[in-house]
Write a protein that binds this ligand. Structure first.
Ligand SMILES: [Zn+2]
Ligand SMILES: [Zn+2]
Length: 332
């Protein structure tokens, strides 16, 4: 299948908006625009016409229940064949595409997240298993009759990570959740036995290194000088009539030393990276968290998702397809 999600607004939509704005200008305003020397004058001249332009983006914002459902089936077949990387890629795509506006769509989303966590479990990436279980609990709507599976996976992951207390709690929850399962008496007996064996076996222990929650070597923290806080203390500034203002090394500086570090005044994830980097904090994302409303961005965590959707992304989300060159889409 090589279908694309989302409407094909394409890169010309922004151009069309610009042409509409120019089309509304009177000859006098156009003359003034051509003669204007500064940005402020130009913005003032165009502002009224710009505010009259109606932007009508795709109401689905790239989301598609059908494609997400297809992604689930394709992902499940990769999972069954133990093609775990392909399964992950497909589940990631389906999670981002899955709408979240109905109980039915949120249920599909939680199943996709659960299936992704099962894939991470097979790959022994237990922290990612736990991340996904937290994510699906936050979304809600995970079918109650399947919850014992998630609790069992959670228990085994905590066990592998060496957290006996949380593992034991999750095993108890797995047993408790079995009463909501649709298993017949025989299957229920077998499942109880499986839980009991898993509790006693304590397999899959990961090595100590895998237990570290933070990297042991934290990156060096840059400390600037008193006067120029963005510059290393060994950097000095001078000025002369020939060179103007320039920086020099006041002392020997070891090769590889960071000499200037400054936070950007503003920053944005470009459209090419919108599905690979967190829209809020920019880190590279392996286990994407979806925007509940659009399929054009990803987040590294539900915290970043919430912060973005309380702020800038709430405004950008409905018009992202119009302001970027092309709609961000996944191919299944
Ligand atoms: Zn982030
Ligand atoms: Zn969005």
């Amino acid at each position: 299948m090589s279908e694309k999600a989302g409407s094909n607004i394409g890169h010309s939509e922004f151009q069309k908006c610009c042409q509409k704005v120019i089309g509304q200008l009177t000859p006098e305003t156009l003359d003034k625009l051509n003669e204007s020397k500064d940005e402020e004058t130009r913005v003032r001249l165009l502002y009224e016409a710009v505010t009259k332009i109606e932007i009508t983006p795709d109401k689905d914002r790239g989301k598609s229940y059908e494609l997400a459902l297809e992604g689930k089936n394709v992902g499940n077949s990769f999972f069954a064949k133990k093609e775990h990387q392909k399964a992950l890629k497909t589940y990631n795509m389906a999670i981002v595409l899955c709408p979240q506006d109905t109980n039915e769509s949120r249920e599909l989303l939680t199943i996709l997240i659960s299936n992704r966590s099962a894939t991470y479990f097979e790959l022994k990436e237990y922290k990612k298993v736990l991340n996904d279980i937290d994510y699906l609990i936050e979304v809600g709507n995970y079918p109650q009759h399947l919850q014992y599976k998630v609790w069992l996976r959670k228990a085994k992951s905590y066990d592998a990570l060496g957290n006996e207390r949380l593992s034991s709690d999750a095993f108890n929850q797995a047993v408790e959740s079995l009463k909501h399962s649709k298993l017949d008496e025989e299957a229920m007996e077998a499942k109880l036995k499986e839980i009991d064996t898993a509790r006693k076996t304590k397999v899959n222990k990961v090595d100590k290194h895998g237990l570290e929650l933070v990297p042991s070597s934290s990156p060096e923290i840059f400390v600037g000088a008193k006067e120029y806080i963005a510059a290393h203390p060994k950097v000095a500034f001078e000025q002369d009539a020939y060179q103007g203002r320039f920086a020099i090394a006041a002392e020997d500086i070891e090769a590889g030393t960071v000499i200037v570090e400054e936070n950007p005044h503003c920053s944005v994830v470009d459209s090419e990276h919108a599905l690979n980097n967190c829209q809020y904090c920019f880190v590279s994302v392996e286990q994407p968290i979806a925007c509940p409303m659009c399929a054009h961005v990803v987040f590294c965590s539900t915290i970043c998702e919430r912060l973005a959707n309380k702020g800038f992304h709430r405004v950008e989300c409905p018009v992202l397809e119009v302001i970027t060159k092309k709609p961000h889409t996944f191919s299944v």
